[in-house]
Design a protein around this ligand. Structure first.
Ligand SMILES: Cc1cc2nc3c(=O)[nH]c(=O)nc-3n(C[C@H](O)[C@H](O)[C@H](O)COP(=O)(O)OP(=O)(O)OC[C@H]3O[C@@H](n4cnc5c(N)ncnc54)[C@H](O)[C@@H]3O)c2cc1C
Length: 329
């Protein structure tokens, strides 16, 4: 069978794309490697998705999945390895199988880099966070740490400093690598301090909730502990675009370059959500991309079925952000 649209990744972007494509009458296959719902399933509480004052990530994910399935989207659990073009069709390979479609929407998302320390996965959502916009309000009036010293860490720390009692940056170098003015403005705040030449080498938890960080000075080897109610890990995002490195235009960080309509510049291949270049990586922006990419893909499929040119005209790739990183990295 040749699907109209194959969607790689079942996060908010991919599921929204599936909903829009099905409502436009297109046949849809979603290929997901692990968690239906994507990154939001790691979030116990979402408070910034319109329509829900508060909802757990799992419940929001379940609702999106149910809606896509009820509309007739098909699903396959497999890891996409890449795609190739054969005539008017794309052949998507996943776990050694081949799936055919006229159009493909890449919605593989991104993952926040982690420190890789024992207990980290279990503490995500229980003291460990990656997003001050998402979770900062939960630490209002409390002491928090931000791990990292680049632009993303400074942006996170500045946001947290507005509401948290204190913010401690833990930076492995002797200085912050963030833009100088922003770093100076941050450190001038009375409730912000930085600990330099220091790495986190362990998490301290009580009853399954983070209560401190074990620190090590990389110059002296001296060990210490930092009591904290929360730790925001801000050492960057990593897009899951490796399978497409040779077939799609990526920026230096691995994000897919995209036009305003989420086209990659390759006729029939669209990209949505956290894996494309953009400035804000949130559920709202992922679902917006999903809708945009879906409607563009549907137009493309209609064009192919009518026998029109396969390559969309005048598609120019734009860099919304010169270094390809989002404000919340
Ligand atoms: C802990 C946490 C809390 C968050 N809280 C909030 C919040 O409160 N509010 C908010 O707006 N945002 C929040 N975010 C950010 C938000 O979750 C993301 O912006 C959003 O999920 C991006 O959606 P996406 O569909 O682009 O990508 P993702 O959610 O990353 O989904 C991509 C999907 O693609 C799959 N995939 C990847 N590679 C392959 C492959 N090769 N083959 C098949 N499938 C593949 C992945 O398994 C995943 O399911 C949070 C993120 C985290 C990690």
């Amino acid at each position: 069978m040749t699907y109209d649209v194959i969607i790689t990744g079942a996060g908010p972007a991919g599921l929204t794309a599936a909903i829009y494509c099905r409502r436009a009458g297109k046949s849809v296959l979603i290929i997901e490697r692990s968690t239906f719902g994507g990154q939001i399933t790691f979030s116990p509480k979402i408070e910034n998705y319109p329509g829900f004052e508060e909802i757990s990530g799992n419940e929001l994910a379940d609702r999106m999945v149910s809606q896509a399935l009820a509309l007739g989207a098909e699903i396959e659990v497999a890891t996409v390895e890449g795609f190739r073009k054969e005539g008017k069709e794309y052949v998507v390979t996943a776990d050694g199988q081949e799936f055919r479609s006229l159009s493909v929407i890449i919605a593989v998302g991104a993952a926040h880099r982690r420190l890789g320390l024992p207990g980290e996965d279990e503490l995500v959502g229980h003291g460990i966070s990656f997003c001050a916009v998402c979770d900062g309000a939960m630490f209002s009036g409390l002491d928090v740490a931000v791990v990292g010293g680049g632009n993303s860490a400074v942006v996170e720390a500045a946001l947290l400093a507005e509401t948290s009692k204190s913010v401690t940056l833990v930076q492995n170098l002797s200085f912050l690598t963030a833009e100088k003015t922003a770093a100076e403005a941050l450190l001038a705040r009375p409730n912000v301090r930085a600990i330099y030449d220091t790495v986190v080498d362990g998490y301290i938890a009580k009853d399954g909730v983070l209560c401190g960080l074990s620190l090590k000075n990389v110059k002296t080897g001296e060990k210490s502990e930092l009591a904290t109610d929360g730790a925001f890990i801000a050492i960057g995002l990593s897009p899951a675009t490796e399978p497409f490195a040779r077939t799609l235009p990526l920026d230096g960080y691995g994000y897919v370059l995209a036009a305003e309509n989420c086209s990659t510049g390759r006729g029939g291949i669209f990209v949505a959500g956290d894996c494309r270049i953009k400035n804000v990586r949130q559920i709202t922006t992922a679902v917006a991309d999903g809708a945009t990419a879906a409607l563009a893909a549907c137009n493309y499929v209609d064009g192919v079925r009518r026998g029109e040119a396969e390559i969309l005209p005048n598609e120019t790739l734009t860099r919304e952000d010169e270094d390809g990183r989002s404000a919340d990295e």
